[in-house]
Design a protein around this ligand. Sequence first.
Ligand code: NDP
Length: 304
Amino acid sequence: MSNDKIIDGKAFAEALRERIGTETAALKDAHGLVPGLAVVLVGEDPASQVYVRNKGKAAAAAGITASDHRLDASTTQDELLALVDKLNNDPTVHGILVQLPVPDQIDPNAVIDAIAPAKDVDGFHVINTGRLATGQMDGPDAAMVPCTPLGCKMMLEDRLGDLSGLNAVVLGRSNIVGKPMAALLTQASCTVTIAHSRTKNLAEVCRGADILVAAVGRPQMVQGDWIKPGAAVIDVGINRIDAPTTEDPDKTRLVGDVDFDSAVEVAGAITPVPGGVGPMTIACLLANTVTAACRQNGITPPKF
Ligand code: NDP
């Protein structure tokens, strides 16, 4: 196994964050513009608290002003919508992210719908999914693209160059990963198959892929013999599994949706978990915030 097969998402994300820092410094010099990101967290979900903290730190390091809005778990939908409205109307805030999941009394779709599409840096608003689906990717009213698939596409283009004509299989059809990933790969002129829990002969379908993106949430489901020799494999999955040792019977570890050890023997390129797609998701959130800030101020955004 050679190490140059591994797509190092951590290093890629670090380099992207540095470029974002350079761009924010230039925006400040040339236009006096400091991109602002508002992160809203309702309740005390421990995983969400860690994500929000990491997002805030990464934003500050890249020259983006991050504001944290922490609301009690008992917050009503109306109270949350009132905060979103305030942020929509705040000219120093260019990107709004409401950390999901939200508590049961709040309808996540109502919240996503309430975010101004231009400030929707997660790219979940139907206006943005519609713009992505119809290929509206340039100009002041272009799509904001969901961060995880955006990061996957950047890593694929960096490794493979032009993707046109390649067979891509996207495993998973969620609104946040699978569908937007398939839309981006279609725009890149791949021949795209979307596979899901009802797909017949899944292993065989995957074996036809030059690019395989796994986003299913099933630990180590994709085996080495599902992969076409030389294919590029992007593992979006983040799953915690038991990994007991004699010293620590409660030990756990993170794995992807791909069985890395068997896959790396066959693939031409592969993202590890952790250290693959995850770090790129946060970096792309920062890139989206800069893009949003530029568009809202009539400035052509940098190409990330
Ligand atoms: P969802 O649960 O929303 O979607 C999972 C998809 O996988 C569904 O389309 C489902 O099919 C399909 N699926 C489930 N089981 C099977 C199976 N046995 N065979 C074939 N297809 C199957 O998940 P998400 O898209 O939100 O997330 C997927 C994974 O990516 C998770 O591990 C999540 O933690 C991770 N993730 C990682 C991110 C990162 O930054 N690295 C960001 C977001 C998610 P069907 O539609 O038929 O039910």
